[in-house]
Design a protein around this ligand. Structure first.
Ligand code: ADP
Ligand code: MG
Length: 251
C-alpha cells in the first residue's frame, strides 16, 4: 500500500498543460527523487499534492484516503508537509522565531493577556521553544539564531526552511529543490540531513532539476517531461536512459 499516490492528475494554466495524466506513487519509508527539465511540472505536482493548487483531473491519495483539494493546513495535520522552491521565511524575524512560529496550535501571544494563560498553554509554549532550539542547533544555525533571517545565505535559508517544516513533525516530507543555489558543502550537509530523516522512518520526496545530484541520495527516481511521467526506476538505470538524456538535451 502506498503512502502517497496520485492518479491521472491533470492541470492546465490558460491552455498550457502543466500536468497531463500523471500517476506516481510513493511507498512508506521511501526516499524518492523527482527530476525533469525546467517547466516539466515538478512544482505543479507538489502544488497539487500539497493542496496549494487544485488539480483539474485526477486524485491524490494519502494513506488511501482521498485528499484531493484538501487545504495545506489539513494535509499538514494529516502528516504531509512541503517546502517551496523559493523559500518563504519571514526576513524581518529572527531565525529562532521563524522556527518557533512554524509550530501548529500555538496560543496567540499578542491576543491573549499573559494573566489568562493556562498551565497547559505554558507547557505547550515551552515545548515549542525547546523543539525549536533543538532544531536550530541540529541544523547548525545556533550561532545565527538571533539574527534576522534576511541576513542568511541561500543555503542557510534552505536549512532554516527544513527546520521549520520539521516543527510540524511530518510522516511525509516534500522538498522542492532543496539544493538549488546552495554551495557544495551545505549541499552535502542538507543531503545528510535528508538521509538521516529517512533512516529514522520519514518518507521523503525531493525535487531536483539537475541530473546527478540525487544519484547517491535517493532509492528511486521519477522523471517528468511536459507534465507526464517519462521514466522511473533506480537512479543509475534512469540516468543512463536515452529518453532522459534527450529530454535534458532538448532544454
Ligand atoms: P517545474 O517545477 O518542473 O520547473 P512547474 O510545475 O513550475 O515546472 O511549471 C510547469 C508549467 O506550468 C510551466 O510552463 C509553468 O510556467 C506553468 N505554471 C506553473 N504554475 C503556474 C501558475 N500558477 N500559473 C500559470 N502557469 C503556471
Ligand atoms: Mg519547480
Amino acid at each position: 500500500m502506498s503512502l502517497l499516490a496520485v492518479e491521472n492528475l491533470g492541470k492546465e494554466f490558460g491552455g498550457l498543460r502543466a500536468l497531463d495524466d500523471l500517476s506516481v506513487s510513493v511507498d512508506r519509508g521511501e526516499l524518492v527523487g523527482v527530476m525533469g527539465p525546467n517547466g516539466a511540472g515538478k512544482s505543479t505536482f507538489f502544488n497539487c499534492v500539497s493542496g496549494v493548487v487544485t488539480p483539474d483531473e485526477g486524485r491524490v491519495l494519502l494513506d488511501d484516503a482521498d485528499v484531493t483539494g484538501d487545504s495545506p493546513e489539513a494535509l499538514a495535520r494529516a502528516g504531509m508537509v512541503r517546502t517551496f522552491q523559493h523559500t518563504r521565511e519571514l526576513e524581518t524575524m529572527t531565525v529562532r522565531d521563524n522556527v518557533r512560529l512554524a509550530a501548529p496550535g500555538q496560543p496567540g501571544e499578542r491576543t491573549l493577556p499573559a494573566l489568562l494563560r493556562t498551565g497547559s498553554m505554558r507547557d505547550r509554549e515551552r515545548e515549542v521553544r525547546e523543539r525549536a532550539d533543538e532544531l536550530v542547533e541540529a541544523f547548525e544555525l545556533d550561532h545565527l539564531a538571533d539574527e534576522y533571517s534576511g541576513s542568511l545565505s541561500g543555503g542557510q535559508r534552505k536549512l532554516l526552511e527544513l527546520a521549520r517544516v520539521l516543527m510540524l513533525d511530518p510522516d511525509l516530507l516534500l522538498l522542492d529543490e532543496p539544493f538549488a543555489g546552495v554551495n557544495p558543502t551545505l549541499t552535502r550537509e542538507i543531503a545528510e540531513r535528508i538521509r538521516a530523516l529517512n533512516d529514522d522512518g520519514m518518507t521523503v520526496v525531493v525535487i531536483e532539476h539537475e541530473l546527478e545530484t540525487l544519484t547517491e541520495l535517493v532509492d528511486r527516481l521519477v522523471v517528468l517531461q511536459q507534465g507526464s511521467l517519462l521514466v522511473e526506476g533506480d537512479p543509475e538505470t534512469v540516468l543512463s536512459d536515452e529518453r532522459v538524456i534527450e529530454a535534458y538535451l532538448g532544454e
